[in-house]
Design a protein around this ligand. Structure first.
Ligand SMILES: Cc1cc2nc3c(=O)[nH]c(=O)nc-3n(C[C@H](O)[C@H](O)[C@H](O)COP(=O)(O)OP(=O)(O)OC[C@H]3O[C@@H](n4cnc5c(N)ncnc54)[C@H](O)[C@@H]3O)c2cc1C
Length: 511
């Protein structure tokens, strides 16, 4: 096996991984490993925008208040406050770095409105191609870095530890070549920025690589994972036969589109209507579909749809639907993982040497439900916080050669599931831990996953899926995106995090 070394080993080249790699290049050499090119990331697919209080009528305090409300009592207020207060300066950094956010005719930022935001504060670029514009800009900054080595098409299957139990490297396997392994040793830190886990569910807006690998890797290495029961289901993914559930961004409803049934009657008749929190809208659609039938998003109400949402427009047209003249058939799909590897806002986990960022991490900013467009922002804030913490923390300073001092972690080496096994996991999670859950469905799901684990103990998707189901079983209440039909209301007894760790059983509260 080949052995390579770098000061920092970053796993994942989406927005979190690419930004932290850029920031860490100031401090040492960086290896940026990824199982796909950056185009295969959730970040590249992000449409609607990025939240920041940029207008005179808005403030970081209001942004933080909306975030806390969406999080249903499980956000970390300090983390939320930092997220909201850093947002305007990070938007200015993005603009200085070359991101052209869309502007109105007067030349001001065209700030969009999304569900549960109390102000127009969504910056977007290229209409509905915000993620691509931001990611490409950050990656252009990376291109000039001589102390950065990018390696695509390698899948990390195990974290390596030194004799003191500190994470000190990652074992990477070349795609399509299982025999070809490289032990990447990290002199200072290993950073997991492996993204979300939407692909563990039958219907998802996420690209194929979003399989929750980081959660399984960290768990196997002894890290705590937090709040994995909180999966955000996006209410409006395109529902067209033979086509993956392509996201129709919330910004489309923000621009005036309405949810209707086959007879043209409105679906969202109460409260905040079409712009109610995502879990409320997703459940309303799900129930409507079970009782009455199909649901459509009436986009014909937006006269300049093709100019405002070019990506969605093009995607629909290619499938024979013109959003300017025809309502779009939509259905909910797994979209965002609020839970993840328990980490501070600077990415620190409970395992020395191991850091986690972006959607793979749970830093406390999203709580039980993410406020739309806060996740690209979280990637940026946490990446710079991590670099700042590294700069200040002498304990992770250059440790000299690692080779010889590193042993393989006690945990299993994980690998991808076969297409059949993945399909089975997706069906289990959709049925047992989908938009509505209950003890019976979750226990049934866990039984089948345990059987799968006995047959294939190395399957990373089974590890993460089992952790999601165990977390959902432990939370005997409904809160945010987690809805239990057997416990349909919020229970103040559960106003704590769900933490799982290999050495402990499920527990609520800090360990
Ligand atoms: C369709 C869509 C639209 C969205 N729209 C918005 C939006 O408008 N605003 C917003 O704020 N958020 C949005 N989100 C959410 C947001 O895009 C993500 O939360 C965020 O981009 C996550 O970034 P990340 O860097 O953590 O992960 P990702 O961008 O998903 O990157 C993960 C990286 O890890 C790599 N990886 C994974 N496992 C391994 C492994 N074992 N070994 C090596 N590499 C690995 C992947 O190849 C990838 O490079 C959207 C998401 C989707 C899917």
């Amino acid at each position: 096996m080949k052995v390579r070394e770098a000061d920092f080993v970053v796993v994942g080249s989406g927005l979190a991984g690419s930004t932290v790699a850029y920031a860490l290049c100031e401090l040492g050499d960086v290896a940026l490993l990824s199982k796909e090119s950056a185009q295969g990331s959730n970040s590249f697919a992000a449409q609607g925008g990025v939240a920041a209080a940029m207008s005179r009528e808005d403030s970081p305090l209001r942004h933080a208040a909306d975030t806390l409300l969406a999080g249903s009592g499980l956000c970390n207020p300090d983390a939320v406050s930092l997220l909201a207060s850093r947002a305007p300066q990070l938007m200015r950094w993005l603009m200085d770095s070359g991101v052209s956010f869309d502007r109105n005719e007067a030349g001001d930022l065209a700030l969009g409105l999304e569900g549960a935001h109390g102000a127009h504060r969504i910056l977007h670029a290229g209409g509905d191609a915000t993620g691509r514009h931001i990611l490409e800009t950050v990656r252009r900054l990376l291109a000039g870095r001589s102390n950065l080595l990018q390696v695509d098409n390698v899948q990390v299957g195990k974290l390596l530890k030194d004799h003191g139990g500190r994470v000190a490297g990652a074992l990477a396997i070349e795609s399509g070549s299982p025999g070809s392994r490289v032990a990447w040793l990290a002199r200072r830190a290993v950073i997991l920025a492996t993204g979300g886990s939407g692909q563990l569910f039958s219907r998802t807006t996420n690209p194929p690589g979003a399989l929750g690998d980081g959660v399984a890797l960290a768990y196997e290495a002894g890290a705590q994972v937090r709040n994995l029961e909180f999966v955000q289901f996006h209410p409006t993914a395109l529902a067209v036969a033979d086509s993956p559930p392509f996201l129709v961004s919330e910004a489309v409803r923000g621009a005036g589109a309405r949810l209707i049934d086959a007879a043209g009657r409105p679906v969202m008749t109460n409260g905040a209507g079409d712009l109610a929190p995502r879990d409320v809208v997703a459940r309303a659609i799900y129930r409507h579909q079970s009782l009455t039938g199909d649901v459509y998003l009436d986009t014909t109400l937006i006269s300049d749809f093709s100019a405002r949402f070019p990506t969605i427009h093009e995607y629909c047209r290619a499938r024979g639907i013109d959003p300017q003249t025809t309502p779009l058939p939509v259905s909910p799909a797994a979209h965002f993982m609020m839970g993840g590897i328990a980490a501070s806002l600077s990415g620190q986990t409970n395992v020395p040497g191991l850091y986690a960022l972006g959607e793979a991490a749970c830093t406390g900013v999203h709580g039980a439900n993410r406020l739309a467009s806060n996740s690209l922002l979280e990637c940026l804030v946490t990446a710079f916080e991590l670099a700042r913490a590294m700069k200040e923390d002498s304990s992770t300073e250059r440790r000299g050669q690692r080779e010889g001092s590193v042993r393989f972690a006690a945990g299993r080496e994980l690998s991808s599931a076969s297409p059949d096994a993945l399909h089975q996991v997706q069906t289990i999670l959709w049925r047992s831990a989908g938009i509505e859950r209950c003890a019976a469905s979750l226990q049934e799901g866990l039984r089948t996953l345990s059987e799968m684990e006995r047959h294939d103990p190395q399957s990373s998707v089974v590890v993460t899926a089992s952790l999601i189901v165990k977390s959902a079983l432990a939370r005997r209440e409904s809160r945010g995106a987690h809805y239990r039909t057997d416990y349909p209301v919020v229970d103040p007894q559960f106003a704590n995090d769900t933490l799982l760790c290999k050495e402990h059983a499920v527990c609520l509260g800090s360990m």
